[in-house]
Design a protein around this ligand. Structure first.
Ligand code: BGC
Length: 401
């Protein structure tokens, strides 16, 4: 057995996002989409995990679980319910949230946009609208000015390419756009939005630490390794993982990488891209996503060499209601992360997804990603056994393998 020790000061924690846990986010595009029957089983986010009221309890749990950091998001549609009118109550609420995280000893990663947009922006096309980046920059300026003292790290946009792909190319997410051109336009607008927010935060607080969080995946070929697969693999990896970052690297103090699973090149070539499938020695999560820890190593190593910037793993986790695979998942992914660090990657923290169970977008409340289980009938929290395993890792700053 060997002990894998992480660098001194390495941050350990878990994340959530506003719409997925707060409840009552009635003024954004996802809420509208849910009420049009967009979600599995006709679910709606409704009261979600009631984090709007229970954030203190949740941060306290994180503290008890040995965490030193957390990733939360600010809901734009609460701060700016109507264009240009900023809601003092909402700003005050988020000041309490971030203050509570601090009180619990957690460094904050504050996300300004995690998939949801205000209804007023949706009414004019959301990220298809050329004015959206400017609007986003203005919102970022207000948040940075009012809440900046409480944020340790800023993430402008969460997984812009996932939003562009699902919302604008594939038509599965709001605003149900369809086509490569629509996707490209949204992605370019999200780049501009990132830059506008980066500049706005820096103007308000020149010493702020600002980055973006991208979804990173690894593409694998089949045993046959056909010519088409071999040609497509690097192109897909570049488009999915690095295309956005290549264009915004100069306005990033750090990069957040979010890794879940691998994608087979074959599934893309056959027009059905997705995480999975599993295989003989590749188990899957409750969502059928292949558990493939070496993919995290690939992504971190590549990002480290390509950008030479500080990295954080800002999401990594799995849906596992029975909690039978989470401990091994964490152990195996952290072992791969440690390998990348040994090879020279400047990784400074790991945030598991997620702190509590939450509303999993199209899939609704079924998938259970939380270290802490939520009983949605009572909103009670129950710490899962794997969270205790992770607690030992956090407290020892490392793990046995
Ligand atoms: C998102 C989260 C989501 C998780 C699991 C990430 O892409 O940022 O909001 O819950 O994946 O699907």
């Amino acid at each position: 057995m060997a002990f894998l020790e992480f660098p001194k000061g390495f941050l350990w924690g878990a994340g959530t996002s506003a719409h997925q846990v707060e409840g009552g986010n009635r003024f954004n595009d996802w809420w509208a989409f849910e009420h049009q029957g967009g979600i599995a089983n006709g679910e709606i986010s409704g009261g979600a995990a009631d984090a709007w009221h229970k954030f203190r309890e949740d941060f306290e749990l994180a503290r008890q679980l040995g965490h030193t950091a957390t990733k939360v998001s600010i809901e734009w549609s609460r701060i700016e319910r109507e264009p240009g009118r900023y809601d003092e109550e909402a700003i005050g609420h988020y000041a309490e949230v971030l203050g509570a995280a601090r009180d619990a000893g957690l460094e904050t990663f504050v996300v300004l946009h995690h998939f949801t947009s205000p209804l007023w922006l949706a009414a004019v096309g959301t990220w298809a609208n050329l004015d959206a980046p400017r609007r986003f920059g203005e919102y970022a300026a207000v948040v940075a000015a009012r809440l900046g003292g409480l944020a340790d790290h800023w993430i402008t946009v969460n997984e812009p390419m996932i939003l562009a792909a699902f919302g604008y190319v594939g038509g599965r997410w709001p605003p149900r756009g369809r086509g490569l051109l629509a996707g490209r336009r949204a992605a370019v607008n999200l780049m501009r939005a990132h830059r506008a927010a980066y500049d706005a935060i820096k103007r308000a607080r020149p010493d702020a630490d600002v980055g973006v969080a991208v979804n990173a995946t690894t593409f694998v070929t089949s045993a046959e390794r056909t010519l088409a697969e071999r040609v497509a693999r690097p192109a897909l990896e570049w488009l999915a993982n690095w295309w956005f970052l290549d264009r915004v690297r100069d306005s990033c103090d750090f990069i957040g990488l979010q890794y879940y699973s691998r994608i087979t090149v074959r599934s893309v070539l056959f027009g059905k891209p997705g995480y999975g499938p599993g295989g003989e020695d590749v188990p899957v999560s409750d969502l059928g996503w292949a558990i493939y820890p070496q993919g995290l190593h690939n992504c971190v190593r590549h990002a480290s060499r390509r950008y030479r910037l500080p990295l954080y793993v800002t999401e990594n986790g799995l849906a596992d209601a029975a909690d039978t695979r989470r401990e091994a998942f964490i152990r195996d992914h952290l072992a791969q992360l440690h390998r990348a660090i040994r090879e020279g990657a400047d990784v400074r923290g790991y945030l598991h997804w997620s702190l509590t169970d939450n509303f999993e977008w199209l899939e609704g409340f079924g998938p259970r990603f939380g270290l802490v289980a939520v009983d949605y009938a009572t909103q009670e929290r129950h710490v899962r056994p794997s969270a205790r395993y992770y607690e030992r890792v956090c407290r020892r700053n490392g793990l046995d393998v």
